[in-house]
Design a protein around this ligand. Sequence first.
Ligand code: BMA
Length: 308
Amino acid sequence: MANETVFQRYKNNPIITAKAVPRANSIHNSAIVRFGDGYAGVFRVDEVNMHYVLHSGFSKDGINWTIDPNPIKMISDDPEVVMTPHSYDPRVTQLEDKFYVTWCNAGAQGPCIGLAWTKDFKTYHQMENPTATANRNCVIFPRKINGKYAMLHRPSDRGHTPFGDVFYASSPDLVHWGHHRFVFGPRGGWQSTKVGPGPVPIETKEGWLLIYHGVWTSCNGYLYYAGGALLDLEKPWKVIYRTQDYLLAPTETYERVGDVPNVVFPSSAVVDGDKLRLYYGCADTCISMAEAKIGDILQFIKTHSFPN
Ligand code: BMA
């Protein structure tokens, strides 16, 4: 097929469907990480009342999952910091012995980013929301950069469209965020409507490998794709390369048909030697996996980049 890239889809995709959770209408954009000698994850479940909630899950091999039948309930010392009935699109970053979950916390004042930590994927401690409202995508880097915690996020208003650009921010304590820097915004073709950071950036010798989503508006609505970028290691707001061609497009039936058709939404990645396992939501309905060699992804990004 002409639109095959470096990713090879798992032969038994989708790997997780709504059957995994009793009250699920669908299970999709989710965050999977290594945990102990297996895997754990925070999963987006759209329930049968169409409230979006987060569930924990565990797996020995990253393919066969047991998802907790009950949604996550966060603990917080501050009653003003609450998880909303619409909590979705989590990412999980390990920093030392803690796993930090970021997600879209869509409260009454609009979507902002929620943040919590867990050590065991059973008890979650909710922290201060790192952003104010109108922000729907956030992922924390897996190490401090220039002595500070760092994140990529997507404030959802850039003045002339309802969608925003990817920004960098850093923090001394994961509570107070500043040093805001523009990273990149929508650009031609499949990423012309909106973009957002996907899985936790992966450190390589050549820069941070970021996989992100891009959206194109056709006469029939939005289509969601995955692209890749290489960001400067010490100044990640500087884009070294960024794909002009997509890395993954909705082409399979389970990516094309579902609650929201034509969606691949990359939300987590696990490194296994020289390979990367990408987990992505499909058509807002189920979860799939695709694999590629990291060297091949970097080569693809370099050779399919926008000319600067
Ligand atoms: C975005 C988010 C994602 C979703 C996508 C396609 O705005 O809400 O959770 O996968 O739309 O519906």
